[in-house]
Design a binder for this molecule. Structure first.
Ligand code: ATP
Length: 240
Protein backbone atom coordinates (compact mmCIF):
# COMPACT_ATOMS: atom_id res chain seq x y z
CA UNK A 1 0.00 0.00 0.00
CA UNK A 2 1.22 3.52 -0.75
CA UNK A 3 2.13 5.87 2.07
CA UNK A 4 2.30 3.06 4.61
CA UNK A 5 4.40 3.98 7.62
CA UNK A 6 4.45 0.37 8.74
CA UNK A 7 3.73 -2.68 6.68
CA UNK A 8 3.76 -6.31 7.77
CA UNK A 9 4.11 -8.77 4.90
CA UNK A 10 3.33 -12.41 5.68
CA UNK A 11 4.66 -12.08 9.21
CA UNK A 12 5.06 -15.31 11.15
CA UNK A 13 6.47 -15.88 14.64
CA UNK A 14 7.47 -19.28 15.98
CA UNK A 15 8.47 -20.40 19.45
CA UNK A 16 10.15 -23.71 18.76
CA UNK A 17 7.40 -25.86 17.31
CA UNK A 18 4.62 -23.43 18.21
CA UNK A 19 3.51 -20.98 15.54
CA UNK A 20 2.14 -17.96 17.42
CA UNK A 21 1.62 -15.70 14.38
CA UNK A 22 0.62 -17.10 10.98
CA UNK A 23 1.40 -15.13 7.84
CA UNK A 24 -0.31 -11.90 8.76
CA UNK A 25 -0.18 -8.80 6.57
CA UNK A 26 -1.33 -5.34 7.54
CA UNK A 27 -0.35 -1.74 7.03
CA UNK A 28 -0.68 1.43 9.01
CA UNK A 29 -0.47 4.90 7.49
CA UNK A 30 1.28 7.83 9.11
CA UNK A 31 -0.92 9.51 11.72
CA UNK A 32 -3.31 6.56 11.84
CA UNK A 33 -4.38 4.88 15.07
CA UNK A 34 -4.72 1.13 14.90
CA UNK A 35 -5.65 -1.58 17.34
CA UNK A 36 -5.09 -5.31 17.46
CA UNK A 37 -7.78 -7.04 19.44
CA UNK A 38 -8.28 -10.70 20.22
CA UNK A 39 -8.35 -13.30 22.96
CA UNK A 40 -5.42 -14.20 25.20
CA UNK A 41 -2.80 -16.12 23.27
CA UNK A 42 -4.04 -14.93 19.85
CA UNK A 43 -0.55 -13.66 18.98
CA UNK A 44 -0.90 -9.90 19.54
CA UNK A 45 2.14 -9.43 21.78
CA UNK A 46 4.26 -11.63 19.54
CA UNK A 47 3.32 -9.42 16.59
CA UNK A 48 4.27 -6.15 18.25
CA UNK A 49 7.42 -7.62 19.77
CA UNK A 50 8.48 -8.55 16.22
CA UNK A 51 7.81 -4.96 15.06
CA UNK A 52 9.97 -3.62 17.91
CA UNK A 53 12.84 -5.99 17.06
CA UNK A 54 12.40 -8.09 20.19
CA UNK A 55 11.26 -11.24 18.43
CA UNK A 56 12.69 -13.07 15.40
CA UNK A 57 10.19 -13.61 12.60
CA UNK A 58 9.76 -14.75 9.05
CA UNK A 59 8.13 -12.62 6.39
CA UNK A 60 9.04 -8.96 6.28
CA UNK A 61 8.35 -5.68 8.06
CA UNK A 62 8.67 -2.45 6.09
CA UNK A 63 9.12 0.98 7.65
CA UNK A 64 8.46 3.84 5.22
CA UNK A 65 8.73 1.28 2.43
CA UNK A 66 12.12 -0.23 3.42
CA UNK A 67 12.70 -3.52 5.19
CA UNK A 68 13.68 -3.29 8.86
CA UNK A 69 14.09 -7.02 9.21
CA UNK A 70 16.99 -7.97 11.46
CA UNK A 71 17.49 -4.48 12.90
CA UNK A 72 18.18 -4.34 16.62
CA UNK A 73 15.70 -2.67 19.00
CA UNK A 74 17.99 0.37 19.44
CA UNK A 75 18.11 0.92 15.68
CA UNK A 76 14.32 0.74 15.55
CA UNK A 77 14.06 3.13 18.48
CA UNK A 78 16.26 5.54 16.56
CA UNK A 79 13.76 5.40 13.71
CA UNK A 80 10.98 6.26 16.16
CA UNK A 81 9.48 2.80 16.76
CA UNK A 82 8.71 2.74 20.48
CA UNK A 83 7.03 -0.10 22.38
CA UNK A 84 5.51 0.27 25.84
CA UNK A 85 5.47 -3.44 26.69
CA UNK A 86 2.90 -5.43 28.58
CA UNK A 87 3.87 -4.96 32.24
CA UNK A 88 5.18 -1.45 31.42
CA UNK A 89 8.93 -2.09 31.61
CA UNK A 90 9.49 0.45 34.36
CA UNK A 91 12.89 0.38 36.11
CA UNK A 92 11.52 -0.07 39.60
CA UNK A 93 14.81 0.60 41.43
CA UNK A 94 15.37 3.86 39.63
CA UNK A 95 13.59 7.09 40.49
CA UNK A 96 10.69 8.46 38.50
CA UNK A 97 12.98 11.17 37.10
CA UNK A 98 15.67 8.65 36.13
CA UNK A 99 13.02 6.57 34.34
CA UNK A 100 11.92 9.64 32.39
CA UNK A 101 15.53 10.46 31.52
CA UNK A 102 15.98 6.89 30.24
CA UNK A 103 13.26 7.61 27.68
CA UNK A 104 15.55 10.24 26.17
CA UNK A 105 18.79 8.26 26.22
CA UNK A 106 19.31 8.50 22.46
CA UNK A 107 18.71 12.25 22.36
CA UNK A 108 21.42 14.92 22.34
CA UNK A 109 19.21 17.96 23.00
CA UNK A 110 19.57 18.00 26.79
CA UNK A 111 17.96 21.40 27.37
CA UNK A 112 14.91 20.44 25.33
CA UNK A 113 14.66 17.11 27.17
CA UNK A 114 14.71 18.93 30.52
CA UNK A 115 11.93 21.22 29.33
CA UNK A 116 9.85 18.28 28.10
CA UNK A 117 10.33 16.44 31.42
CA UNK A 118 9.20 19.56 33.28
CA UNK A 119 6.14 19.82 31.04
CA UNK A 120 5.26 16.14 31.56
CA UNK A 121 5.67 16.52 35.35
CA UNK A 122 3.30 19.49 35.23
CA UNK A 123 0.82 17.59 33.07
CA UNK A 124 0.97 14.53 35.34
CA UNK A 125 1.35 15.98 38.86
CA UNK A 126 1.42 12.49 40.41
CA UNK A 127 4.71 11.96 38.60
CA UNK A 128 5.98 15.47 39.28
CA UNK A 129 5.42 15.13 43.01
CA UNK A 130 7.20 11.78 43.06
CA UNK A 131 10.13 12.62 40.79
CA UNK A 132 12.69 11.54 43.35
CA UNK A 133 10.91 8.43 44.59
CA UNK A 134 11.64 4.95 43.37
CA UNK A 135 9.38 4.10 40.45
CA UNK A 136 8.64 0.71 41.99
CA UNK A 137 6.75 2.50 44.78
CA UNK A 138 4.23 4.03 42.37
CA UNK A 139 0.78 2.52 41.97
CA UNK A 140 0.10 0.45 38.84
CA UNK A 141 -1.72 3.35 37.21
CA UNK A 142 1.06 5.81 38.02
CA UNK A 143 3.59 3.36 36.60
CA UNK A 144 1.59 3.17 33.38
CA UNK A 145 1.51 6.97 33.18
CA UNK A 146 5.27 6.95 33.75
CA UNK A 147 5.72 4.38 30.97
CA UNK A 148 3.66 6.57 28.61
CA UNK A 149 5.55 9.73 29.60
CA UNK A 150 8.89 7.95 29.18
CA UNK A 151 7.83 6.72 25.74
CA UNK A 152 6.89 10.28 24.73
CA UNK A 153 10.41 11.41 25.59
CA UNK A 154 11.75 8.97 22.99
CA UNK A 155 10.06 11.10 20.31
CA UNK A 156 8.05 8.19 18.86
CA UNK A 157 6.83 8.15 15.30
CA UNK A 158 5.05 4.87 15.97
CA UNK A 159 3.99 4.29 19.56
CA UNK A 160 2.97 0.72 20.32
CA UNK A 161 1.06 0.15 23.55
CA UNK A 162 0.68 -3.44 24.76
CA UNK A 163 -2.20 -3.80 27.21
CA UNK A 164 -1.89 -0.38 28.86
CA UNK A 165 -4.97 -0.88 31.03
CA UNK A 166 -4.00 -4.29 32.36
CA UNK A 167 -4.62 -4.65 36.08
CA UNK A 168 -5.62 -1.02 36.60
CA UNK A 169 -8.52 0.34 38.61
CA UNK A 170 -11.34 1.77 36.45
CA UNK A 171 -10.48 5.36 37.35
CA UNK A 172 -6.90 4.85 36.13
CA UNK A 173 -8.08 3.07 32.99
CA UNK A 174 -10.11 6.19 32.26
CA UNK A 175 -7.08 8.41 32.85
CA UNK A 176 -4.79 6.26 30.68
CA UNK A 177 -7.34 6.26 27.85
CA UNK A 178 -7.68 10.01 28.16
CA UNK A 179 -3.92 10.24 27.57
CA UNK A 180 -4.09 7.75 24.67
CA UNK A 181 -6.96 9.77 23.17
CA UNK A 182 -4.89 12.94 23.46
CA UNK A 183 -2.20 11.37 21.27
CA UNK A 184 -4.53 11.88 18.31
CA UNK A 185 -3.69 15.57 18.32
CA UNK A 186 0.06 14.94 18.20
CA UNK A 187 0.31 13.26 14.79
CA UNK A 188 2.03 10.23 16.31
CA UNK A 189 0.94 6.95 14.76
CA UNK A 190 -0.20 4.42 17.34
CA UNK A 191 -0.82 0.69 17.52
CA UNK A 192 -2.74 -0.42 20.57
CA UNK A 193 -3.24 -3.88 22.01
CA UNK A 194 -6.02 -3.91 24.53
CA UNK A 195 -8.17 -6.47 26.33
CA UNK A 196 -10.90 -3.89 26.63
CA UNK A 197 -11.94 -4.05 22.99
CA UNK A 198 -14.64 -1.41 23.34
CA UNK A 199 -12.22 1.20 24.66
CA UNK A 200 -9.67 0.23 22.03
CA UNK A 201 -12.20 0.61 19.21
CA UNK A 202 -13.38 3.93 20.59
CA UNK A 203 -9.93 5.58 20.47
CA UNK A 204 -8.66 4.16 17.17
CA UNK A 205 -9.36 4.43 13.43
CA UNK A 206 -8.58 0.90 12.20
CA UNK A 207 -8.75 -2.47 13.85
CA UNK A 208 -7.55 -5.98 13.21
CA UNK A 209 -8.95 -8.98 15.05
CA UNK A 210 -6.46 -11.77 15.75
CA UNK A 211 -7.55 -15.36 16.29
CA UNK A 212 -5.08 -18.21 16.77
CA UNK A 213 -2.26 -16.31 15.11
CA UNK A 214 -4.22 -15.12 12.08
CA UNK A 215 -6.20 -11.99 11.23
CA UNK A 216 -9.85 -13.00 11.17
CA UNK A 217 -11.29 -9.58 10.50
CA UNK A 218 -10.22 -6.02 9.81
CA UNK A 219 -12.01 -2.76 9.32
CA UNK A 220 -12.71 0.71 10.55
CA UNK A 221 -12.91 0.73 14.34
CA UNK A 222 -16.24 2.54 14.32
CA UNK A 223 -17.70 -0.18 12.09
CA UNK A 224 -16.36 -3.03 14.21
CA UNK A 225 -17.96 -1.41 17.26
CA UNK A 226 -21.35 -2.03 15.73
CA UNK A 227 -20.57 -5.39 14.08
CA UNK A 228 -22.81 -8.13 15.53
CA UNK A 229 -20.16 -10.84 15.61
CA UNK A 230 -17.53 -8.55 17.17
CA UNK A 231 -20.09 -7.39 19.71
CA UNK A 232 -20.91 -10.95 20.69
CA UNK A 233 -17.37 -12.22 20.95
CA UNK A 234 -15.30 -9.23 22.03
CA UNK A 235 -17.65 -6.66 23.47
CA UNK A 236 -19.47 -9.02 25.77
CA UNK A 237 -22.88 -8.32 24.28
CA UNK A 238 -24.73 -11.59 23.93
CA UNK A 239 -27.82 -11.78 21.74
CA UNK A 240 -31.11 -11.74 23.61
N1 ATP B 1 8.26 -17.01 24.94
C1 ATP B 1 7.35 -17.89 24.53
N2 ATP B 1 7.64 -19.19 24.43
C2 ATP B 1 6.73 -20.08 23.98
N3 ATP B 1 5.47 -19.75 23.63
C3 ATP B 1 5.13 -18.46 23.72
C4 ATP B 1 6.03 -17.46 24.18
N4 ATP B 1 5.41 -16.26 24.16
C5 ATP B 1 4.15 -16.50 23.70
N5 ATP B 1 3.99 -17.82 23.44
C6 ATP B 1 2.78 -18.46 22.92
O1 ATP B 1 2.46 -17.83 21.69
C7 ATP B 1 1.06 -17.65 21.57
C8 ATP B 1 0.74 -16.18 21.35
O2 ATP B 1 1.09 -15.45 22.52
P1 ATP B 1 1.03 -13.86 22.58
O3 ATP B 1 1.53 -13.44 23.94
O4 ATP B 1 1.64 -13.29 21.39
O5 ATP B 1 -0.55 -13.64 22.50
P2 ATP B 1 -1.41 -12.41 22.95
O6 ATP B 1 -2.51 -12.32 21.96
O7 ATP B 1 -0.56 -11.20 23.13
O8 ATP B 1 -1.99 -12.90 24.32
P3 ATP B 1 -1.94 -12.21 25.76
O9 ATP B 1 -3.02 -11.21 25.74
O10 ATP B 1 -2.21 -13.37 26.66
O11 ATP B 1 -0.56 -11.64 25.91
C9 ATP B 1 0.45 -18.25 22.84
O12 ATP B 1 0.07 -19.57 22.55
C10 ATP B 1 1.59 -18.21 23.82
O13 ATP B 1 1.45 -19.24 24.78
Amino acid sequence: MHNALLQLNDLSVHYGGIQAVRNISLSLREGEHGTLIGANGAGKSSTVRAIAGLQPYSGDILWRGASIKGLRPEALLQRGIVLVPEGRGIFSRMTVLENLQMGAWLRRDAARVRAEIAALCARFPRLGERQNQLAGLLSGGEQQLLALARAMLSQPQLLILDEPSMGLAPIMVEKIFEVIGSLRATGITTLLIEQNARLALEVTDRAWVMESGTLSCEGRSAELLTDDRIQQIYLGELPV
